[in-house]
Design a protein around this ligand. Structure first.
Ligand SMILES: NC(=O)C1=CN([C@@H]2O[C@H](COP(=O)(O)OP(=O)(O)OC[C@H]3O[C@@H](n4cnc5c(N)ncnc54)[C@H](O)[C@@H]3O)[C@@H](O)[C@H]2O)C=CC1
Ligand SMILES: O=C(O)CCC(=O)C(=O)O
Length: 456
């Protein structure tokens, strides 16, 4: 009989050994290594209790994508000049369903960023309880400054290659940074043109007037706020009257601002990659929607209509504004240890990750050690992909649910994810640590499926 200590030692050795292997195999992929490190640190108690996962090589397998597709995307600009970008789709894990995850168009896109995003998606998608595997894709194409027609031509060229690798039961992409319902519309049109039919379930995040689900646009931001609200309630707090800072002003940020305001919060700041606005009376979210969704303008233009608001360059300084709740909803690694210390010194009570991996691992530890309520991305931003899975269901059934019905289902999913994280954290000896709870609860679901499906 092995002692508990022997189980622990074996689990630690296993985690250490596999992490070294992952590092050796992916030496230059810093975002991917950051994401795997964060998961690995949470899973030690799981391997101490479940040696069968060690026997089945789950960590070795779950950190290697099932498939990575990388391809050339050539397109012509309005002046007839030819450009070449690189396209990616990382099909990471299909043990729970078809690969599912967004497409990002941003100049920073590379193998490491695609892999970290697809890896995070494994655990997030498992937490939703819906039958979806994990993937992510994108291109280093920069949509900034491109004309409508250039975006259409690029997107069609991107889909011409991607279409060979996706399908409603194979891989179902959606939007992410730089990809909204316009780009999804062009991709959907091109996919169906190439296939010679109409496969509604091949993409989600479509326009609700053309095969999409009501409520998908709002789902990630609303879902983040529902999750944080549940966490606040459990700790005797609520959004009412609290000051909130939200980074970004895109899809996730806008609807996080809207829902936080509906719950009584005063949202005092938001940003874009150029800088941030500070409006101490509260941001006018309708102005943000018009500026960003309709007019495609920069955030500083807000101050033209709201002269009481201040604009500051350097978006990273948004975290020096004193607030009770921070909702980072823009991009990865926007909060480091310095920003974390500033937020805490200014009285931060809670943080909800709307973006993927917006806090680095040091910042997460600092928040948790200092008693800040921490809602981790894999759980808190899962509302978007959860409603995407609902869009897939509606497409299969060839019917559409009302916005109220989708919102009710979203709320139920977010509360259920909260409870799964809370229960897993308690069961594995770290009550209240939702980051660890999310990693463990998501992992257990996928690991059991991987054992059941055999070594492959
Ligand atoms: N769209 C979705 O349903 C989901 C998105 N996410 C994540 O949420 C984050 C935001 O995605 P979306 O809102 O869809 O993208 P988006 O393209 O609609 O908006 C991104 C926003 O962030 C701003 N931004 C970019 N870099 C910035 C920086 N360094 N500092 C401040 N602002 C910056 C942009 O100007 C823009 O306002 C990403 O991490 C994405 O992976 C996560 C789950 C689902
Ligand atoms: O809705 C989806 O399929 C993808 C959402 C996504 O990319 C994410 O959760 O990060």
């Amino acid at each position: 009989m092995e002692t508990i200590q022997e189980h622990r030692n074996r689990a630690n050795d296993y985690v250490h050994e596999v992490y070294e292997l992952v590092k050796k195999r992916n030496p230059d992929e810093k975002e991917f290594l950051q994401a795997t490190r964060e998961i690995f640190d949470s899973l030690r108690p799981v391997f101490a209790k479940h040696p069968e996962y060690i026997r089945n090589g789950i960590l070795e397998r779950i950190t290697e994508p099932e498939r990575i597709i990388s391809f050339r995307v050539a397109w012509e600009d309005d002046k007839g000049k030819v450009h070449v970008n690189r396209g990616f789709r990382v099909q990471f894990n299909s043990d729970l369903g078809p690969y599912k995850g967004g497409i990002r168009f941003h100049p920073s896109v590379n193998n490491s960023i695609m892999k970290f995003l697809a890896f995070e998606q494994i655990f997030k998608n498992a937490l939703t309880g819906q039958p979806i595997g994990a993937g992510k894709g994108g291109s280093d194409f920069d949509p900034k400054g491109k004309s409508e027609r250039e975006i259409m031509r690029f997107t069609q060229s991107f889909m011409t290659e991607l279409s060979k690798h996706i399908g409603p039961d194979v891989d179902v992409p959606a939007g992410d940074i730089g990809v909204g319902k316009r780009e999804i519309g062009y991709m959907f049109g091109q996919y169906n043109r190439l296939k010679g039919g109409y496969e509604a379930g091949v993409l989600t995040g479509k326009d609700p007037n053309h095969g999409g689900s009501l409520g998908r646009k709002e789902a990630t931001g609303y879902g983040t706020v529902y999750f944080v609200d549940e966490m606040l309630k459990e700790n005797g707090l609520s959004f009412k009257g609290l000051k909130v800072v939200v980074s970004g002003s895109g899809n996730v940020s806008t609807y996080a601002i809207e829902k936080a305001q509906q719950l009584g919060a005063i949202v005092i700041a938001c940003s874009d990659s150029g800088g941030f606005i500070y409006d101490k009376k509260g941001i006018n979210v309708e102005t943000i929607k018009r500026l960003k969704e309709v007019e495609n303008k920069r955030i500083w233009e807000y101050t033209k209509e709201h002269p009481e608001a201040e604009y500051h360059e350097d978006c990273s300084r948004i975290w020096s504004i004193p607030c009770d709740i921070a909702l980072p909803c823009a991009t990865q690694n926007e909060i480091d240890e310095i920003a974390a210390h500033i937020l805490i010194a200014n009285g931060l009570k809670a943080i909800g990750e709307g973006a993927n991996m917006p806090c680095n691992n040091e910042a997460i530890n600092i928040f948790i050690e200092n008693g800040v309520l921490f809602a981790p991305a894999k759980a808190a931003n899962a509302g978007g992909v959860a409603v995407s899975a609902m869009e897939m269901s509606q497409n299969s059934m060839r019917l559409g649910w009302t916005a109220e019905e989708v919102d009710e289902r979203l709320k139920t999913v977010m509360i259920s994810i909260y409870n799964s994280c809370k229960d897993a954290a308690e069961r594995f000896g770290k009550p209240g640590n939702l980051a660890m709870g999310a990693n463990i609860a998501g992992f257990l679901k996928v690991a059991d499926a991987m054992v059941a499906h055999g070594i492959r």
